[in-house]
Every structure is written in C-alpha cells, then in structure tokens.
Design a protein around this ligand. Sequence first.
Ligand SMILES: NC(=O)c1ccc[n+]([C@@H]2O[C@H](COP(=O)([O-])OP(=O)(O)OC[C@H]3O[C@@H](n4cnc5c(N)ncnc54)[C@H](OP(=O)(O)O)[C@@H]3O)[C@@H](O)[C@H]2O)c1
Length: 302
Amino acid sequence: MNRADFLRLAAAAVAAGISPAARTQAPEDPSMQRRPIPSSGEPLPVIGCGTWRGFDARAGQRGQLREVLRVLFEGGGSVVDSSPMYGAAEAAVGELLSSMDAHEQAFLATKVWTRGRDAGIRQMDQSFALLRDEVVDLMQIHNLLDWRAHLTTLRDWKAEGRIRYLGITHYTDSAHDDLEAAIRSEPVDFVQLNYAIDDRGAENRLLPLAAERGVAVMVNRPFGGGGLLRRLSRRALPSWASELNCASWAQVLLKFILAHPAVTCVIPGTGNPAHMRDNVAAGYEPFPDAAGLRRMIAELQI
Ligand SMILES: NC(=O)c1ccc[n+]([C@@H]2O[C@H](COP(=O)([O-])OP(=O)(O)OC[C@H]3O[C@@H](n4cnc5c(N)ncnc54)[C@H](OP(=O)(O)O)[C@@H]3O)[C@@H](O)[C@H]2O)c1
C-alpha cells in the first residue's frame, strides 16, 4: 500500500467513524501487526496476553502484573484473555486496568464457564463487575460448556451492546470436531483453539473452516503450556531465527503460529513482564513464508 492508498483508506475509515490509526497501517508504521476481525473489519493486534495461572495472583504481586499490561500496551498489543476459571485473574485485570486508567487500551476477552442459562448470566454479570467494565469486547463459551444455552444470552447481549463479539473456545484436539460442528451450525465471531508448532491438528479442518466462514481465530497454548519452550530451551537458536528478527524460542514459536493466514491473534500466557516483552516482539514483521515454515518443522523435528 502506498501513501496515497493509505490516506484514501484513512479518509474512508474516518467517514465510517473508525479511527484511521486503528483501521489502517502505513508500510513505514513500526507498530505491531494488526489483522482484521472478519465479522467487523476491526483490526486486532496479533500478540495478546493470556491470564491463566500468571494473573491468578495475590494482591502483593499486582505490581508485576501491572508491568505486564504496561509492556503489552506499550508494544502495541491490546488483547487480554481471562476466564472465571482462572481464580483471581479477572479481578486482577479489572483492578489493574482501573488503576492504570487503561480500559480503553484493552481488548477484554473473558468467558462463561458453567451450566445453565441463569447460572451463566450470574457468572457473566460477576465478570463485568470484576473486570470493572460495562462492555466486554469478547465473551467466549469456555470449553463449549453448555454452549447452546449461553449462545442465546450472548446473542441478546451483543444486540444490546453489552458485548462486542461472541466466541467459543477449547484447548484440545479431541474437541476440534465439536468446535467444527458449532461453527457450522451457528455464526460466531471468534473461535479460540490450541495451535502450536508441535500441535498442528487445527490445520486439518478448523483453521480452513474459520477462514472460509469468516471467524476470527485466537490461538491459545502457543508454548504447550510452557513445556514446549522448556524442551527447546536446551537447544541453541538456529541461525535462520535472525532472518525473522527472532531473538528467542518464544518469538520463533509465536511467528510460526502467526504465519498461518487464518490466525487473527495469539495469546501466550504470562505473568512475567520480561516474558511479555519477549512475546510482544514477535508481533512485528517479518513472518515466515511457506519455505520457512517447512524448514522450521523439519529442523525442529516436532
Ligand atoms: N479452554 C480455554 O479457553 C483455554 C485453555 C487454555 C488456555 N487458554 C488461554 O490461553 C492462554 C495461553 O495458554 P497457556 O497459558 O495455557 O499456555 P502457553 O501460553 O502455551 O504457556 C504459558 C507458559 O509459558 C511461559 N511463558 C510465556 N512467555 C514466555 C517467554 N517469552 N519465555 C519463557 N516462558 C514463557 C509462562 O510462564 P511465565 O508466567 O513465567 O511467563 C507459562 O508457564 C491462557 O493463559 C489462557 O488465557 C484458554
């Protein structure tokens, strides 16, 4: 895109009431890559932060988590993924965003994780209170638990503006058939799923289906919960990593995921500011091409 194209798109974005900075990106713009959410066109930064374990922290540890969020936002990220399943994580996110006056910078994603319509409503009401926001950007049905019951509520709330997007999640290949069936039967904005260089089952049908149906893909467990990174840390970083501007295994693994065209964003989990800084750096070009991906898979022998 040349500068004239950029300005034309920016003008169109203004006419549509959308911030040009958020909507379009000039080639010389050094900020984190953004990809459009297919159901709206809204651009979403490609690296976010998962809060399982890392944000389930006591009040005394909140200073470190505040730094995690600061690093995420400073690096151009916005997605923060939580769940009522993650202990004190929603409360930590809400308290920190309030104290940082940063709700506007966050794309807040959380989940409903219970059975029954009324229990779901009570749980989600509590999430709004803990997150200290009147609007949740993305409400997801955690592990597809009682998903048909909750989907009705989510549709109503999206129409009312309480949530901006709705989605479904899982984290194991054994649930991919169910995710696929749900996407085929009901329109959803997002699917959150497991995908990593050693966990590529989603490539078979789910990622192509998401692309075909216009469903945004949020990738969880990019490091296999941390185990994949620990295994790789015993190995020297390959010479080709520098061609991708990767200074760590974490960045190699995140760029592998982001090379898939169906992927919208990835949410590595961390409560460590240095790790967040490391992860954020993977959101910038270049990303591997097809030959680079083949080399990664072959050389890593996973
Ligand atoms: N069903 C679902 O909806 C579902 C299921 C699973 C996960 N999720 C979401 O997806 C997110 C990601 O999955 P996950 O947290 O299970 O696994 P993950 O992102 O694959 O791995 C997280 C682990 O990697 C470590 N880590 C992160 N960045 C690192 C870095 N740059 N260098 C070294 N270590 C690093 C973290 O430790 P430190 O804290 O020390 O950095 C943590 O132990 C979750 O946090 C959650 O938000 C959703």
